[in-house]
Ligand binder design. Structure first.
Ligand code: DGL
Length: 264
């Protein structure tokens, strides 16, 4: 069991920000990643569709014999995980609780901002989680649907993205938040521009670090931690492997070797 890989999926490339952190904190683990590049974005789709896609992705990863599955997509974690949580025999780890926990820990004035896709914000998953941890917290949410295409185009800096960020983040800035959850796995790549617009005193929360800590905790508890060798990574996508490979360096800080296209 211990030598089985960790399965991770996202609607596309964004989950690589979580892969990067898992590789850093759990260097002995093998990873199988699935990016659903044929069906991205999930953030604009209905709840039913995101649930169906998530189940199909999980079934694919289970066929790869994984010991745990990380849903490295805020949209799928918000709308699908609460529904499917108890339906599989491997632990499922989402990105909402770890991010919410870190934000509650970080905030001083109990005013927390959340940005994400339209589906994530509509689900109110972060609000529910934050309020269950800190009932006095004030949560201000904002969907930022244009951020994902900007990241996928590699437009991470410059006047246009700054203008878009200003439009989205102004209401949060005016609400005097001191902590902002980057509730989409694409957004860590926009950290410099978000920081510039929201102000340097606002703490940016990227759940990747906490997700890796949670996975380590679960694997340790279940005696499933693999520390024996240097972990390998295998990547699968449902479309466009060449594009994914070219983008991966930006997200991971290193190139990827093994990548295949599959149909789920
Ligand atoms: N990676 C997805 C998330 O974290 C965003 C991209 C999408 O809309 O599919 O929500």
């Amino acid at each position: 069991m211990r030598t089985k890989p960790i399965g991770i999926f996202d609607s596309g490339i964004g989950g690589l920000t979580v892969v990067k952190e898992i590789m850093r904190q759990l260097p002995g683990e093998d990873i199988v990643y699935f990016g659903d590049t044929a069906r991205v974005p999930y953030g604009t789709k209905s709840k039913e569709t995101v649930i169906r896609f998530s189940i199909e992705n999980i079934l694919f990863l289970l066929k790869q014999n994984v010991k745990l599955i990380c849903i490295a997509c805020n949209t799928a974690s918000s709308v699908a995980l609460p529904v499917i949580r108890n339906h599989f025999r491997v632990p499922l780890v989402g990105v909402i609780s770890p991010g919410a926990r870190e934000a509650v820990y970080a905030t001083q004035n109990k005013r927390i901002g959340v940005i994400g896709t339209s589906a994530t914000i509509k689900s109110m998953a972060y609000e529910f989680e934050i309020k269950s941890l800190e009932p006095k917290a004030v949560v201000k949410s904002q969907a930022c649907p244009l951020f994902v295409p900007f990241v996928e185009e590699g437009w991470l800096a410059g006047g246009i993205i700054e203008g878009v960020a200003l439009k989205y983040l102004k209401p949060l800035k005016e609400s005097h938040i001191d902590t902002l959850i980057l509730g989409c796995t694409h957004y860590p790549l926009l950290k410099p521009v978000i920081k510039k617009v929201i102000g340097k005193d606002v703490v940016l929360i990227d759940s990747a670090k906490q997700v890796a800590i949670e996975i380590k905790k679960i694997l340790t508890l279940e005696n499933l931690l693999n520390t024996q060798h240097k972990g390998r990574q295998k990547f699968y996508v449902s479309d466009n492997p060449a594009w994914f490979k070219s983008m991966a360096r930006k997200f991971l800080g290193q190139g990827i070797k093994e990548i295949s296209r599959i149909t789920v």
